[in-house]
Design a protein around this ligand. Structure first.
Ligand SMILES: O=C(O)CCC(=O)C(=O)O
Length: 280
């Protein structure tokens, strides 16, 4: 264990049986040395979601934290902080930026982000929690029959699937959304993928971007995906976080899905930095 903050060793306190740990003894606003970075990355892979406190985090510090983990992305369609800060995405409920449908980030890309670091800048006085589910725990709990059935299946993930969701659920449309749809961003991924670090198998489908399972009749694909989506969000695979201003959450995009609970009316403003996915 290393000790960069107030001479306390870094500690990880588990938050639920499924996923999530609070990180103690690390100031995420201070530059991370390689030992701390490696410890945080290993913990991220192990616990899937990490919670830290950073009440006064600046965009520079936020980007530096992301860069400690890898290359950081300019998000494909969400707005960002602008010149020099394009890597810091803004999710502002005042502009409809509330991601309330379960998803794994940008799975329409061949290499979706490996992780995301979100900072709560302004929170409503109640509501607006975020939930994460462990896709590895969900996989583990499937029957052996279902595991065999899913092995080797692939699924299509399509950015344009958002178009229907936007119409049905009244989600916000951003300036760059139309351009992105025209790019035809769509790819296939294995339904069951092994995590590149832990080797644990997890389910890699989500209700936002996955359209269908390749090679199956549409009704069978819909039935299986519907079953998996209900299964993946069972309470025992999830953690629900009630944010305070200044909370910072890192999630492993390879072993989780998440959603925001849209039960608030006051402004909810988040800054987020995502780390580009690597070929696995
Ligand atoms: O606002 C949040 O808590 C999470 C936002 C989200 O779903 C995302 O950044 O992909």
């Amino acid at each position: 264990m290393s000790g960069t903050w107030q001479d306390r060793p870094m500690e990880f306190r588990r938050l639920t049986g499924a996923l999530g740990a609070e990180v103690l003894g690390l100031d995420p606003a201070a530059p991370l040395d390689p030992t701390d970075t490696a410890e945080v990355y290993t913990a991220l892979c192990r616990y899937s979601v990490l919670l830290l406190r950073a009440p006064d985090l600046t965009p520079e510090q936020h980007m530096a934290l992301g860069r400690a983990m890898g290359e950081i992305e300019v998000h494909s369609f969400f707005p960002n902080l602008g010149s020099g800060y394009e890597h810091v995405t803004i999710l502002d409920s005042a502009d409809g930026g509330t991601a309330s449908i379960w998803h794994t980030d940008e799975t329409f890309l061949p290499h979706p982000p490996l992780g995301t670091i979100t900072w709560a800048k302004e929170m409503p006085s109640y509501g607006g929690d975020t939930m994460w589910s462990s896709t590895t725990r969900a996989y583990d709990a499937l029957s052996n029959h279902m595991k065999s059935y899913l092995e080797g299946l692939t699924a299509v993930h399509d950015f344009a699937a958002l178009t229907e969701l936007k119409a049905r659920f009244g989600l916000a449309t951003y300036e760059r959304y139309g351009e992105e749809v025209l790019q035809g961003r769509r790819t296939t991924h294995l339904v069951v993928r092994a995590h590149p670090v832990t080797g644990r198998k997890g389910l890699f489908v989500n209700p936002t971007y996955t359209t269908h399972l390749v090679g199956l009749p549409p009704d069978e694909s819909d039935l299986i995906l519907g079953f998996l989506y209900r299964h993946m969000i069972k309470e025992q695979f999830t953690w629900r976080h009630c944010w305070r201003q200044g909370d910072l959450v890192l999630w492993d995009n390879r072993s989780t899905m998440h959603r925001v609970i849209p039960d608030f009316t006051e402004r909810r403003l988040m800054h987020r930095v995502s780390v580009v996915g690597r070929p696995e």
